[in-house]
Design a protein around this ligand. Structure first.
Ligand code: AMP
Length: 411
């Protein structure tokens, strides 16, 4: 299916061509005609599927020409996502005279107010700062005709749903609403019933499945060897750029420090870093100045980073949904990528939950050439009859958690 068949104007088709998109992604094929038709759309698709253009192109087309009041509002859970969506929409809008403005916290108000005063058509915003502007009467949303709730499950996780509802109350009831979410928990179902009118659901593959092009593997290891294994993985596998996920901010800082000590060009993003530091890290990573980006879930959710060849979970995520989101960083727009997860014995219940969630067993492997301090169980049934002591690298074969501690390596 070529782009030309989706009903887009020639100006937008030119913009798409300019961006080098040869054919629409599955979500674009499904969502663009529906949205052009004015329908409310639920896209259960993760980032990396091309969803920004899936809602951006039809909205820009329906808006037509510039007018002084904002007519489209895109809500994003994080500043990074807001910036990224703003940039994508600006590129798509190049062929039009529509103006896009981005609104997020942690920076001054005046520049954002100036943009409203000059007249903007599309506002991309995080909920907190947008509400501030609304409370200060710096902005009105009474002309909004298109509302997009992007990464809705992330908004929920971050406690933004009450703010989102307050914002929606400022918008006219007659409007088009699109909602994107990798998962649809009950709170989002409630929001959908409240905020949307006869929505059509567009599902890309199975709702919960991470990108099908991603190859998943688990590396069981003892807690004491996690960072050693990480370094060995970076030495032992073929990769170009990697995002390493940690559960905590302190953990992320520690991993970044270890990587730097071993001459890896690493940047770190988490919520304790200033907006400027996060931007600098992201831009550096995108430009290839850093080969590794160490991140926490909140900081990295939904980031559009092209060409990430590997996602490495240094910590198994607490929630299975986060696994899907993390993995969404690789295998983007149908490229292939690898997802490696380092696991410890105590992570077994979390791994079980992930496997149930994605309805797939993840292969356990050993890193060739890595000297494991503890024995690895080759499969769960043989846990008690394992040889103990040092185990040299080699494939685990199918199955097998990390076994109960064997004998410590003598130093
Ligand atoms: P998104 O899911 O919107 O964050 O998009 C993920 C990445 O895919 C972005 O880098 C887009 O520029 C890219 N992309 C979106 N649509 C297409 C397409 N039809 N062909 C190739 N790349 C695309």
């Amino acid at each position: 299916m070529p782009f030309a068949k989706l009903g887009l104007t020639s100006a937008l088709l030119d913009a798409v061509k300019e961006l080098g998109y040869r054919e629409p992604t599955p979500i674009q094929v499904q969502a663009i005609p529906l949205m052009l038709d004015g329908k409310d759309v639920i896209g259960s698709a993760q980032t990396g599927t091309g969803k920004t253009a899936a809602f951006g192109l039809p909205i820009l087309q329906l808006m037509g020409k510039h007018s002084p009041s904002p007519r489209a509002l895109i809500l994003e859970p994080t500043r990074e996502l807001a910036l990224q969506t703003d940039e994508s929409l600006r590129r798509l809008a190049q062929a039009t005279n529509l103006r896009v403005a981005v609104v997020y916290g942690g920076v001054g108000y005046q520049k954002q107010r100036d943009a409203f005063r000059d007249g903007v058509d599309v506002i991309v915003a995080t909920p907190g700062r947008l509400l501030d502007h609304l409370r200060q009467h710096a902005l009105k949303l009474d002309k909004v005709q298109h509302l997009v709730l992007d990464e809705a499950d992330r908004m929920l996780d971050m406690g933004f749903l009450p703010d989102v509802r307050r914002i929606i109350d400022h918008c006219p009831r007659r409007r088009q609403t699109a909602l994107f979410s990798a998962t649809i928990p009950p709170e989002i179902e409630t929001l959908i019933r409240w905020a949307m009118f006869e929505p059509v659901t567009v599902e890309i593959g199975q709702r919960r499945m991470p990108a099908e092009t991603v190859k998943h593997v688990l590396y069981p290891v003892a807690a004491s060897q996690k960072s050693q294994l990480l370094l060995a993985l970076l030495e032992g596998i073929h990769w170009d750029s990697a995002i390493i996920f940690c559960r905590t901010r302190r953990g992320a800082d520690k991993v970044a420090r270890v990587l730097k000590q071993h001459d890896h060009k690493a940047a770190v993003i988490h919520s304790d870093r200033s907006q400027k530091e996060r931007q600098q890290a992201l831009e550096g990573f995108r430009a290839g100045r850093y080969e590794v980006l160490v991140a926490t879930d909140i900081a990295a959710r939904g980031l559009d980073i092209a060409d990430v060849t590997h996602v490495i979970n240094y910590d198994v995520p607490e929630h299975p949904e986060d696994y899907v989101h993390r993995i969404g960083r690789t295998g983007r727009a149908q490229a292939t990528g690898d997802a490696l997860t380092i696991m410890m014995t105590e992570d077994a219940p979390r791994v079980d939950a992930i496997e149930k969630f994605i309805k797939k067993r993840i292969e356990r492997v050993k890193l060739e050439g890595f000297t494991y301090e503890y024995a690895l169980a080759l499969d769960e049934g043989r846990r008690n009859s394992l040889p103990t002591g040092r185990v040299r690298g080699g494939p685990v074969g199918k199955g097998g958690y990390f076994a109960a501690p064997a004998r410590r390596k003598r130093r």
